[in-house]
Design a protein around this ligand. Structure first.
Ligand code: C5P
Length: 211
């Protein structure tokens, strides 16, 4: 079974709550990032907790260890159950987040490779594989890897083994849900659900990945 995670990148509290209300029965988690939190404030996380789904903070945290720890602590105190960090800041920075995550009983994921074309300029190939290995060594719960490049997901799977792979890139970025679903643990879908005329119907179309 692959989980369906909604990337809720709308800009207002009202839109976020409306789309969550319509789609939550078809979801396993909601991912919030800078677009919504900067638009609606961090308090939107508490409001979204009424839908009883895990909330993932996609802040792609990439700072020195002390700042990473402060950010992660704040994230977990604000109602999130998982955090996404970058790995390129190094293992000490990542360990600080893992420690805060463990103290809060949450989950931590590391971006190994991104899904857009420009990702190939820096965050791919050997670098992505090193980051995936670091994610394992630092005790994270898994990585973020691109649904747009299934062959890369397979390569990264051989490194992270039974830890989780969450993959964005299905739909608006061109990734194929049927192709990627068997390779991953969670499919992250944003625009093709929240921009559709009927977000609930669109989310329901992904029900096959959850079986
Ligand atoms: O709208 P779309 O389905 O393309 O949304 C993908 C989501 O996943 C966005 O929130 C984007 O920031 C995020 N993401 C990504 N690629 C990564 C990591 C996160 O597209 N490697």
């Amino acid at each position: 079974m692959t989980e369906l995670i909604l990337a809720l990148d709308v800009l207002t509290r009202e839109e976020a709550l409306e789309i969550a209300e319509e789609t939550y029965p078809y979801l396993d988690a909601i991912k919030l990032g800078y677009p919504l939190v900067l638009g609606a404030g961090l308090s939107v996380a508490r409001e979204l907790s009424q839908f009883d789904l895990p909330l993932i903070a996609d802040f792609k945290v990439a700072d020195i260890p002390n700042t990473n720890r402060l950010i992660a602590e704040h994230v977990f105190e604000s109602g999130f159950s998982a955090i996404i960090a970058h790995g390129f800041a190094g293992s000490d920075s990542l360990k600080a987040i893992v420690e805060a995550t463990e103290n809060a009983g949450g989950e931590c994921y590391v971006v190994a490779e991104m899904s857009h074309p420009g990702a190939l300029e820096f965050l791919s190939g050997e670098t992505a594989e090193k980051i995936a290995q670091m994610a394992v060594d630092c005790g994270t719960d898994g990585i973020i890897a691109p649904a747009t490049r299934p062959e890369r997901v397979k390569a990264l799977r051989s490194i992270i083994k039974d830890k989780k792979i969450l993959s964005p890139g299905v739909g608006a970025q061109g990734g194929d849900a049927r192709e990627i679903a068997p390779l991953i643990d969670g499919m992250i879908v944003g625009r093709s659900i929240y921009n559709s005329e009927n977000p609930a119907k669109e989310a329901e179309k992904f029900a096959f990945v959850r079986r």
